[in-house]
Design a protein around this ligand. Structure first.
Ligand code: 13P
Length: 253
């Protein structure tokens, strides 16, 4: 597993242009002052990708889109292509977030197609997996994770030297203030990692597994003390620059 910690801000459907400006008026001076050693990625809504490019170009901070469509171009109203994402200087794209799986009915084959597109266009994918409360309660966590991971690994097989970020986000921990316990995170991350490393062709250095679900500056030190955690995918807490900078400055103990 790679060593640099990775902190990803998923802004979801929040922030307009004025908010973006106010945010970075606070965040950037703090970032320069504290000089975090960790990698930082912002995923704003796609309306702000060009504006974030103007603000972040020339810094060590990267950015990306929250979604991608797997076709190149054409009559797909409302969708955003790989070319469009690259046009905004994006390095990353989020794929298969549980909110997309749930509200937009994104299935595993759709997610695999999107992953394929991101890999082929050299955009680093951040692919989300995670079980619901009911699935965990009925002891199905590992079978759900296995079903979600299988098509991801199959797609990776065509792109063996490409970097991938897998985000373990238990659905019940998202936006609830109840993050998974350290034991649960350790167990699930170890399981996900083992599924990848079972493949003889996989180079572990290309895989980062990050945790998401009610991450804040208080729980990150414990979460990141686990060596199977390569970073965090942060929703609500990333909308507050003073809070997100604290998270980004977390050092692994
Ligand atoms: P919260 O950090 O708000 O729980 O959201 C997590 C998430 O869904 C990030 O993708």
């Amino acid at each position: 597993m790679a060593n640099n910690l990775l902190f990803i801000a998923n802004w979801k459907m929040n922030m307009v242009y004025a908010d973006l400006i106010s945010y970075f008026n606070i965040f950037l001076p703090l970032f320069k002052q504290t000089k975090p050693i960790n990698d930082v990625v912002f995923l704003p809504p796609s309306t702000l990708l060009f504006s974030i490019k103007v603000i972040l170009e020339g810094t060590d901070i990267k950015w990306g889109a929250q979604n991608i469509y797997f076709e190149n171009q054409g009559a797909f109203t409302g969708e955003i292509s790989a070319l469009m994402i690259k046009d905004t200087g994006s390095t990353y794209v989020l794929i298969g977030h549980s909110e997309r799986r749930k509200y937009f009915k994104e299935s595993s084959p759709i997610i695999a197609n999107k992953l394929h597109k991101a890999f082929s266009e050299n955009i680093i994918p951040i692919v989300c997996v995670g079980e619901t409360q009911e699935e965990r309660a009925s002891g199905k966590t590992f079978s759900v994770l296995t079903n979600q991971i299988k098509p991801i690994i199959k797609t990776c097989q065509n792109f063996i030297n490409k970097e991938i970020v897998v985000a373990y986000e238990p659905v019940w921990a998202i936006g609830t203030g109840v993050n998974a316990t350290i034991e649960e995170i350790k167990e699930s991350h170890s399981f996900i990692l083992s599924q990848f490393l079972k493949q003889s062709w996989i180079d572990g250095r290309n895989i980062k597994i990050v945790y998401g679900g009610s991450v804040d500056s208080k729980n990150t030190p414990a979460i990141l003390s686990l060596d199977v955690v390569s970073g965090c995918l942060v929703g609500g807490a990333s909308l507050k620059p003073e809070e997100f900078i604290k998270i980004v400055n977390t050092v692994r103990s």
